[in-house]
Design a protein. Structure first.
Length: 226
């Protein structure tokens, strides 16, 4: 099956006693253009699941496939290239480099293959225009508002045209109005790009912007009433 297929994923962490089970036989399927919100209290395993989807950690058991490929069968250099090419990340804290301009920050994922080419530069400029920052490309993060910095983060996540977009509390550091604006922008761009989007959030308002909503309960994803 094309798209994202998470099948019976369990994640345990060793302790001095019994292993700590954070995810239990968790499954999820998405195809291009679909999006989903994952809710749950702190400590429920939301970020752990996002790390597995982003190939930043490996499941104890079960499989994660993206367009029919199991990335965990790759060696570490291959896995890093896979992640850079196919997965985009939006963080609660934008993680912009303070010494770089907005445009340079958006281009960061492209330097894994060397100096950005003209097509990548044009793509980065186009994305900054689409997120409403066409006039602020040369501004550094300190010269931007919190909402503007997060918009740069969204553009950076999309610069390589990823198949899968992962957002970890993307509006958590923003006020309500800025948060909803960034949330709507994130979904709009995901739809335009025909990417898959998984958003981890505490915000019911942000979750309601997405087509599907799940809650992590006792380590398992349970659909909310749509």
């Amino acid at each position: 099956m094309s798209g994202l297929v998470v099948e019976s994923v369990t994640k345990q962490f060793p302790t001095r006693g019994e292993p700590l089970v954070v995810l239990r036989e968790t499954s999820l399927r998405l195809t291009a253009g679909q999006n989903v919100a994952i809710l749950g209290p702190s400590g429920s395993g939301k970020s752990t699941l996002l790390h597995l989807l982003g190939t930043l950690d490996r499941p104890t058991s079960g499989t994660v496939e993206l367009d029919g490929q199991d990335p965990f069968k790759l060696d570490e250099p291959q896995l890093a290239r896979f992640r850079n090419r196919h997965i985009g990340f939006v963080f609660q804290d934008h993680h912009l480099l303070p010494q770089l301009s907005a445009l340079e920050n958006v281009l960061l994922p492209t330097i894994a293959d060397g100096r950005p080419d003209a097509t990548e530069l044009q793509r980065a400029k186009e994305l900054l225009n689409r997120v409403g920052l066409g006039e602020r490309m040369d501004h550094r993060p300190a010269e931007l508002s919190g909402g503007e910095r997060q918009r740069v983060g969204v553009a950076r996540a999309l610069v390589r045209q990823p198949k899968l977009l992962l957002a970890d509390e993307p509006t958590g550091n923003l006020d309500r109005q800025s948060g909803l604006s960034v949330g709507r922008l994130l979904v709009e761009l995901q739809q335009q790009e025909n990417a898959m989007l998984v958003v981890v959030t505490h915000s019911p308002e942000l979750a309601n912007l997405l087509d599907q909503r799940y809650e992590l309960v006792d380590g398992t994803l349970e659909p909310q009433n749509q």
